[in-house]
Design a protein around this ligand. Structure first.
Ligand SMILES: Cc1cc2nc3c(=O)[nH]c(=O)nc-3n(C[C@H](O)[C@H](O)[C@H](O)COP(=O)(O)OP(=O)(O)OC[C@H]3O[C@@H](n4cnc5c(N)ncnc54)[C@H](O)[C@@H]3O)c2cc1C
Length: 381
């Protein structure tokens, strides 16, 4: 077993680290304060190949694989979580179109996501009455000749206000068993009846827009059905498995960023005539959280490796997301504890990191849903 990165993986990691540290990190506090994404950053990321890392070159992707994608997400997550989540969802949308789309859909949408012609992609699954249980959604799609007429609404959709294309899920057959009830559609931003609502006021990741979507007699060409009618739940669950690698990788980045800051602070801050890093209480917090983040990164990379090998990785992705996001939450909590009062003050970055990391145990499936997936695999083994 070889745990070392290949020369290409190291090169990509270093390239993304350089970009993220120099260009994204200095802007993270401003994007948070102004609640605004910097679309120029997204265009630059597309130029660097970061918006389609696991997508074939034939569709404009970088085609470097899932392990480099995970490493890149960790670096971008370290620098700016709001930008990282945008990158994660955009890659996920490109990949799901690649996996289930027609040749025409791939040529049209995936190339635009990868090139930056579309600032981002969005994933429209959640509704106010259907979160962890997407199969119970209400949005409806009715076939009318060459179109589907969509009516309903979506909630908490990342990047919806600047996404060129949104994958929207809707019920196509209310009578079908739950697993075959919904279908997925590719909806362009300027489609009549597709209305992006207000961006939510959020605790963290404030630079990333999270919008409501309203579909009012939204006519989507039948050619924009993704996969077959009834495939929607399968498509969503498959996309979420991969998405969990992205969010787990990002959480590892946020956790390490908070810990590195706390470590440096603990070496400088003197109380009782000695650096607080000399107290065992502080050392153990650092030791526990670095151990947890390192084990989480191993799990995340293992899930990425399995996906790259095109073998089953659902259980591993859920385990990785669970440990990485809960571990990163603990790391940020401890980082604030190590900084004491300063940790709570917005002038210090751990205050933002603590807010940014919180949602990672909620989106792309809550921690409870990850445990449910893991337990199903264990019990059905
Ligand atoms: C900032 C942000 C960005 C988001 N971006 C997107 C996006 O781009 N696209 C999108 O489609 N969605 C997005 N979401 C939605 C997100 O995926 C959901 O919030 C999440 O899946 C949980 O759904 P819910 O909020 O309805 O909570 P609920 O499903 O109502 O869950 C509430 C609580 O009940 C628990 N629970 C539910 N079912 C079970 C069960 N069977 N067993 C045990 N516990 C259970 C949950 O774990 C949770 O603790 C985003 C959310 C946020 C906050």
């Amino acid at each position: 077993m070889d745990f070392s990165l290949t020369a290409d993986e190291k090169m990509i990691q270093e390239m993304v680290r350089g970009f993220a540290q120099q260009e994204l990190k200095p802007q993270a506090a401003t994007l948070d304060a102004e609640h605004k994404m910097n679309l120029d950053n997204l265009a630059r990321m597309a130029e660097l190949g970061l918006m389609g890392m696991n997508i074939p070159e034939a569709y404009g992707g970088a085609e470097v694989g899932v392990v480099p994608y995970s490493l890149a997400m960790t670096e971008v997550g370290r620098a700016c979580a709001a930008t990282a989540v945008t990158m994660s969802v955009t890659n996920m949308v490109g990949e799901v179109i690649c996996a289930f789309g027609t040749e025409e859909q791939k040529q049209k949408y995936v190339t635009r996501l990868c090139s930056g012609e579309y600032a981002a992609g969005a994933f429209g699954l959640t509704e106010s009455l259907a979160g962890s249980d997407p199969g119970s959604m209400r949005t409806q799609a009715v076939r009318e000749g060459d179109y589907y007429r969509l009516n309903g609404s979506k909630l908490f959709i990342t990047s919806a206000e600047y996404a060129g294309v949104t994958v929207v899920w809707a019920v196509t057959d209310r009578q079908a068993p739950k697993s075959r009830r919904i279908s997925a559609f590719l909806v362009e931003q300027d489609t009549p009846g597709f209305k992006v609502g207000k961006a939510e006021e959020k605790m963290g990741q404030r630079g990333s827009a999270t919008n409501e979507l309203v579909l009012e007699d939204c006519l989507v060409p039948a050619a924009n059905l993704l996969g077959q009618e009834g495939d929607g739940l399968k498509i969503a669950l498959m996309a979420l498995d991969g998405g969990r690698i992205g969010i787990g990788s990002m959480a590892v980045g946020i956790g390490y960023e908070a810990l590195d800051f706390a470590r440096d602070y603990a070496k400088e801050r003197v109380q009782f005539n000695q650096p607080i890093a000399s107290f065992q209480a502080i050392q153990w917090m650092l030791a526990d959280s670095y151990t947890e983040m390192e084990s989480a990164q191993l799990l995340v990379l293992r899930a990425a490796y399995l996906k790259q090998q095109k073998t089953r990785f659902s259980r591993e992705a859920s385990m990785a997301k669970l440990l990485a996001t809960e571990g990163a939450n603990r790391a940020c909590y401890r980082a604030i504890q190590i900084l004491g009062g300063n940790g709570y003050i917005a002038e210090y970055p751990v205050e933002r990191l603590y807010r940014d990391v919180r949602v990672t145990t909620i989106y792309e499936g809550t921690s409870e849903i990850q445990r449910l997936v893991i337990a199903r695999h264990i019990l059905n083994a």
